[in-house]
Write a protein that binds this ligand. Structure first.
Ligand SMILES: [Zn+2]
Length: 66
């Protein structure tokens, strides 16, 4: 048997939706979704589709990371 980690949740967490992260632009306060990977990489800037401002995840006004 190849069972690794029996307490990680599994099934319920692998639905289609559920890994959409949201950030709020520090400039215009618009919400837009970003890839989870992008949120976690501190050296990559995100781009606001509303005002075209670029900012790091740490600079976001608010973040929703489910
Ligand atoms: Zn913006």
């Amino acid at each position: 048997m190849t069972e690794t980690g029996s307490g990680t949740g599994g099934a319920a967490m692998t639905e289609k939706r559920g890994n959409t992260c949201w950030v709020q632009c520090p400039k215009c306060s618009a919400w837009h979704h970003v890839a989870p990977d992008l949120l976690r990489s501190t050296h990559v800037k995100m781009h606001c589709p509303s005002c075209h401002f670029e900012f790091f995840a740490a600079e976001a006004q608010a973040v929703i990371d489910p």
